[in-house]
Ligand binder design. Structure first.
Ligand code: HEM
Length: 152
C-alpha cells in the first residue's frame, strides 16, 4: 500500500505541473480565447480525482490523519479556484461590458488583484502535493519497519 501511495502522490505532483503548463498553453494562445484553456479546465478534474485517490491510498497505507487530510486538500483547493472566480464578480463594477458568456471584458483594479489569487492558490496546491509526495516517499522507505505515521 505504501508503494501505491507513493505512485499516486508522484502522479499528483506531475499532474499539478501539467496544470501549470496547460495554463501557459492558454495564456500564450492567440487569438486569446476561453477555448485555449480547455486542457487546463479538463485537467483540473483529473487533478481532483487524483487527490482523492491519493488520500484513499494514504489511509490504506496508514500514513496518519494529517497526511491523509493533506492529500485530500488539493481536491478542496481546486474548488477554491472556482470560488475565486465567483467572488471576483463582487469587485466588477456594474455596467462593465460582457461577452456572450457573461464574462466581463474589462477586469482591472480590485477585480484584477483578487482574481490573481488563482495563481497563488495554484502554488499552494503544488506545495501541498510536494509535501504529500515527500511523506509518501518517507513512508515507502520505512515499509519494512512497523507501521509509522509520517505526519501529525
Ligand atoms: C493547480 C493549479 C490550478 C488549478 C487546480 C486551476 C484550476 C482552474 C479551474 C478549475 C479553472 C476554471 C476552468 C473552467 O471550467 O472554465 C481555471 C481557469 C483558469 N486558470 Fe487555472 N488553475 C490552476 C493554476 C493556474 C495558473 C498557475 C494559472 C496562470 C498562471 C491559471 C490560469 C487560469 C486562467 C487564466 C483561467 C481562465 C481560463 C478561461 O476559461 O478563460 N491557473 N483554472
Amino acid at each position: 500500500m505504501q508503494k501505491l501511495f507513493l505512485a499516486l502522490s508522484t502522479l499528483l505532483v506531475a499532474d499539478v505541473l501539467a496544470q501549470f503548463y496547460f495554463a501557459g498553453l492558454g495564456a500564450f494562445h492567440l487569438p486569446a480565447d476561453h477555448e485555449a484553456f480547455s486542457l487546463h479546465a479538463a485537467n483540473s478534474l483529473v487533478l481532483q480525482v487524483l487527490a482523492v485517490l491519493t488520500a484513499i491510498a494514504a489511509a490504506l497505507a496508514r500514513a496518519g490523519k494529517g497526511t491523509i487530510a493533506l492529500a485530500f486538500l488539493p481536491a478542496l483547493l481546486k474548488e477554491v479556484q472556482y470560488a475565486i472566480f465567483a467572488l471576483t464578480e463582487l469587485f466588477v463594477p456594474e455596467g462593465v461590458p460582457r461577452n456572450a458568456e457573461g464574462i466581463p471584458l474589462i477586469v482591472d483594479g480590485a477585480a484584477n488583484y483578487f482574481i490573481a489569487l488563482h495563481v497563488l492558490n495554484g502554488l499552494t496546491i503544488l506545495a501541498v502535493s510536494v509535501v504529500v509526495f515527500l511523506r509518501a516517499r518517507r513512508l515507502a522507505a520505512h515499509k519494512d519497519d512497523a507501521p509509522v505515521a509520517v505526519g501529525p
